[in-house]
Design a protein around this ligand. Structure first.
Ligand code: WTA
Length: 647
């Protein structure tokens, strides 16, 4: 672990909303009297009906219930758009930068209002009402933001499915939340390559019993697609027929805003449910303080709206704050490895927020593609999605930020709605690789395996002891699973699934997942999902999947596969299995290494010993621990001798 410390630059301490003193005082107040603190903060958004109750939350075993501002009435889209019109109607809300560097577009708050109302009217004409679920499967085009806000305006609950997911993954998400309306595009465009989104939607719907009522198709590339009469409609044609006025539906603070599916250690992805008031307050507040967002700043988060980072920090947080937010359709290395930095110069970006995997990939391309750009507009850098190794942190700081820009390493999760542990740029001394300190209202604790709360410098599992407004409220349709997953390991605490170390200065260092979730290029994945895709192949009898350290991706996917008897392993079959998983789940789930294993290490009761598989994948043969409980200790030597080499 790096012990280097970076002081807050003087200019930052002066211009930022909070310095170290300010942070400490505000933090103390937030945990000392959450009622009073959040009662005040809740006013950062506008309400149709003000709340009188602030916090009503319980983590009690079997009775977890989370409500914030519960009697308040508001609307998220109205907060992100309408309330800004008087003062910022002509200010740019969204800068869109296309995959092709010659394409970009600027959308003012007034234009955003008109686009969102039109989209809402198109949905309303297709009977979308408050509470209905709408699945969005779109590339990074402005219509993705319009569609989200249109749902919010009507009170419909959006479920965005990342456009890299397969038809099967899409189908299961459509089914789980029973959505009758899908919003998609003809094709997506990333790195010059087309992605057949509409065709994927057609294939997905074929797997959904009863189908869906409407598919709204945005024209992006103009590629040929099939349109089913009566069900499918071109967005531009439908939008031509409606007005740009649509009232914002009054929503209770605890009415659902969106569902976002995310992977856990077992079973199918869970529908994480976020609600209206608390979520928006928390997204807006964190966006303001963590990125020290001031009026006029140009802010760019490179995430995809298919992930929670895109929800909270491209769309909802920034727009609630009246910010200018940049939305990028492309990839970091297209047309060249300078793309990010060229976009920063082109749009004079001040605040830049990306993922360690992108930083590591660009670091490998050397300094030159960065150095040849100016980046003089940059003031602050951010990182999210996985632990950032100190080496990548230092490069990001020295080369991208010219030693001038603080880095906020923000730790959070789909479930948390917003950032929980993070530096504040004007307040926090930085240690490369540490997410540093809790945000306001967050009470992190380090616990051991038995649940004992560890004090001072310690290492263990990370839990959060009390609720915050951005917290997920339930697993859609399965509150039991919500309680079981997050509140059963440590009674009365939210269990994050992450391990962490707290150092002598009280800084938090996230060490990665302690469950069977892996983090591949910042994409979260359950090993169980990849396993079930593999065993669905007719030639596979058994599979076990673990993560292993990967230079660029953070973690790679290592699959141990036992074939059906009589099937011979071959290079061809290896490729076939990789292609199979891509097709079943999506390209992000492609195994990096597939090892054919005649047998897997099992206990006498038949349980696969993943600990051993993990060690072998990590190349730590000397450290396998106790193998005496194995039914057949001999398989371990076979596995070691066959270990696949890192790519
Ligand atoms: C990991 C993404 C270390 C962590 C916002 C968490 C991080 C999971 C960091 C959630 C960070 C996210 N440092 N690890 N700054 N940020 N993680 O739900 O393991 O896609 O549990 O949310 O990513 O991933 P998710």
């Amino acid at each position: 672990m790096s012990e280097k410390i970076y002081d807050v630059p003087t200019a930052w301490a002066q211009r930022a909303f909070l310095d170290d003193h300010g942070y400490r005082a505000k933090y103390e107040a937030s945990v000392h009297d959450p009622e009073a603190f959040w009662g005040e903060e809740g006013k950062r958004i506008d309400w149709f009906e003000p709340y009188t109750v602030v916090k009503n939350t319980s983590f009690a075993p079997g009775a977890v219930s989370i409500k914030w501002f519960e009697d308040g009435v508001t609307n998220v889209a109205w907060n992100c758009i309408d309330r800004h019109l008087e003062t910022r109607g002509d200010q740019v809300a969204i800068i869109w930068e296309g995959d092709d560097p010659s394409q970009s577009r600027k959308i003012t708050y007034q234009e955003l209002h008109d686009e969102v109302c039109r989209f809402a009217n198109v949905l309303r004409n297709r009977n979308v009402e408050k509470g209905d679920r709408v699945t969005i499967y779109l590339p990074m085009i402005p219509e993705a933001a319009f569609a989200m806000l249109a749902c919010a305006r009507l009170g419909a609950v959006h479920s965005i499915v990342f456009a890299g997911f397969s038809p099967d993954s899409l189908a299961s998400r459509i089914r789980d939340c029973d959505s009758k309306v899908i919003i998609t595009a003809d094709e997506g465009l990333r790195g010059g390559r087309k992605v057949p989104l509409k065709a994927n939607v057609d294939a997905a719907i074929a797997k959904v019993e009863g189908g869906v009522d409407h598919v709204i198709v945005v024209k992006r590339t103009g590629g040929a697609v099939e349109m089913e009469p009566g069900r499918d409609v071109w967005y531009h044609a439908a939008a031509d027929l409606v007005t740009s006025e649509c009232p914002a539906t009054p929503m209770n603070a605890e009415d659902p805003l969106f569902i976002l599916y995310t992977s856990g250690s077992t079973g199918t992805p869970k529908g994480v449910l976020h609600t209206t008031g608390g979520y928006l307050v928390y997204a807006a507040m964190t966006h303001q303080y963590v990125f020290d967002y001031h009026d006029g700043d140009i802010y760019w988060c490179t995430a995809d709206v298919g992930w929670v980072t895109g929800h909270s920090y491209i769309v909802y947080g920034p727009l609630a704050n009246g910010a200018t937010t940049l939305m990028f359709e492309g990839v970091p290395n297209y047309p060249t490895n300078s793309r990010f930095w060229e976009v920063i110069d082109k749009h004079q970006v001040n605040i830049f927020y990306t993922a360690p995997t992108a930083i590591r990939a660009l670091m490998q391309a050397g300094d030159e593609p960065v150095r040849k750009t100016s980046r003089a507009s940059l003031r602050l850098l951010g990182s999210v999605g996985e632990p950032i190794n100190p080496e990548a942190w230092e490069w990001y700081h020295r080369v991208v930020g010219d030693d001038r820009c603080p880095i906020v390493d923000t730790w959070w999760q789909t479930e948390t709605g917003g950032i929980l542990i993070t530096p504040l740029p004007g307040a926090t001394r930085l240690k490369p690789g540490s997410a540093t300190q809790p945000f306001f209202g967050i009470v992190p604790q380090v616990v051991d395996a038995e649940g004992k709360v560890l004090e001072g410098a310690s290492e263990g599992n990370l839990v959060i002891a009390d609720s915050w407004p951005g917290q997920m409220r339930t697993v859609y349709g399965d509150h039991e699973r919500f309680m079981q997953t997050y509140f059963s390991a440590y009674p009365n605490k939210y269990f994050t699934g992450d391990g962490c170390r707290r150092d002598d200065d009280g800084y938090y260092w996230i060490t990665g997942r302690v469950d069977d979730v892996i983090n591949v290029s910042g994409h979260r994945m359950g090993t169980a999902e990849v396993e079930s895709a593999l065993v669905a192949h007719p030639k596979v009898s058994e599979a076990a999947v673990v993560g292993y350290p990967h230079d660029i991706k953070g973690q790679g996917i290592y699959a141990y596969v036992t074939l059906m008897s009589g099937v011979e392993p071959s290079e061809e079959l290896r490729k076939e299995l990789v292609a199979w998983v891509r097709r079943e789940i999506g390209p992000i789930a492609s195994p990096d290494l597939v090892q054919f294993a005649p047998g897997l290490p099992k206990t006498r009761s038949g349980k696969i010993m993943r600990r051993i598989l993990r060690k072998i994948a990590e190349d730590e043969f000397g450290n396998l621990g106790d193998t005496s409980t194995l039914a057949d200790p001999g398989v371990v030597n076979d596995l070691i001798s066959q270990r696949q080499n890192k790519k």
